[in-house]
Design a binder for this molecule. Structure first.
Ligand code: TYM
Length: 339
């Protein structure tokens, strides 16, 4: 069965492991809001706290980061009435389906995941079992809602291919077409926002250098300083895309400008082509501050009433369970688990 047979439904998640970056915003959050506002799909967004604890999290910080991430979603434009917004651990159906998928997925599949290899590194013996099984829980997040579309950044592509493999193997093993083969939605100019210090590395909250990234909580001065100091080459900006070849830092900054100003790349290049970085960087800094400051201001305001955030998350979890529980019931039946 193709996804066409299923209700059009978007699911995506972000880990509340602290330090939301401009990469998370442009590659994920901003697009979540666009998909909500398009009104073509049901939209379900999740703070994946069970994924966060696959590596050590300080308990007090985890709770704080979860609420702060909820505030970020709302500040960016997620409306908890129109979308379902909740944290993963409040919906036990994720872990229930996650276990079943642990029994469907193969060790070899997991071992080939580049994020596993990057995160576990040379010390795989010492990594948690949860980190190894991470992609099976991610597949469960998506499939426990029969989600048809998953907006993510480029770095999640392999995990989404694995999600399709898990759905296909389950369907095959149990002779059913119960789970959809979900479509990744990796679109736009900002699916891979790069480090400000090294155009060949992804912008990441775990990079040791804070100058490599813009954090959603950075103030205007910090944003302007990071852009001013961003690595570039000595040439002025080109006026066409082909000439960005071999200039990863220039490409990154222009992509960020295009994504923030919601323009196509050729339009931006027509505007900025020929300008030196000394002229372009202040334009980018002004734009970034204009777009990001209202969000961080709103996050700070929302964080003053964490009881309200908690109410929103538990209401979201209740609604999420309304979708997930019947899917778990039917999955148990298919597998032969007596209820
Ligand atoms: P996480 O928390 O690392 O990142 C959240 C989202 O942000 C995107 N992203 C980026 N996009 C563009 N440029 C960047 N530099 C950049 N850095 C991060 C990520 O691609 C992601 O979309 N495994 C997921 C969380 C997850 C999930 C899911 C996602 C758990 N279950 C189910 C979708 C569906 C993760 O660790 O994302």
């Amino acid at each position: 069965m193709t996804t066409a047979a299923f209700t059009p439904r978007v699911f995506s998640g972000i880990q509340p492991s602290g330090g939301l970056t401009l990469g998370n915003y442009l590659g994920a959050l901003k697009r979540f809001v666009e998909m909500q506002d398009a009104g073509t799909h049901e939209t379900i967004y999740c703070l994946v706290d069970l994924h966060a604890i696959t590596v050590w999290q300080d308990p007090a910080k985890l709770a704080h980061n979860t609420r702060e991430l909820a505030a970020a979603f709302i500040a960016c434009g997620i409306d908890p009435e129109r979308s379902i917004l909740f944290n993963q651990s409040q919906v036990p159906e994720h872990a229930q389906l996650g276990w079943i998928f642990n029994c469907v997925a193969r060790m070899g599949w997991m071992g080939r995941m580049t994020q596993w290899k990057d995160k576990a590194g040379k010390n795989a013996e010492n990594a948690s079992l949860g980190l190894f099984g991470y992609p099976a829980l991610m597949a469960a997040d998506i499939l426990v809602y029969h989600a048809t579309h998953v907006p993510v950044g480029e770095d999640q592509k392999q995990h989404l291919e694995l999600t399709r493999d898990i759905a296909a193997k389950f369907n095959h093993d149990y002779g059913t077409d119960f789970f959809p083969l979900t479509e990744p939605v990796i679109e736009g100019v900002a699916t891979r926002v790069m480090s400000l210090r090294d155009g060949s590395k992804k912008m990441s909250k775990s990079d040791p250098s804070d100058m490599s990234r813009i954090n959603m909580t950075d103030n205007a001065d910090a944003i302007a300083q990071k852009i001013r100091k961003a690595r570039t080459d000595p040439e002025p900006l080109p006026d066409n895309e082909a000439a960005l070849e071999g200039r990863p830092e220039a490409r990154n900054l222009v992509n960020i400008y295009a994504a923030l100003s919601e323009q196509e790349l050729p339009t931006v290049l027509a505007e900025v082509g020929g300008k030196p970085f000394s002229e372009f960087k202040p334009m980018l800094a002004d734009l970034a501050v204009a777009k990001l400051s209202p969000i961080s201001g709103e996050m700070a305001r929302l964080m003053k009433d964490t009881a309200e955030i908690d109410r929103i998350l538990s209401r979201g979890a209740e609604r999420a369970r309304g979708v997930a529980a019947p899917i778990i019931d039917r999955t148990y039946e298919i597998v032969g688990l007596v209820r």
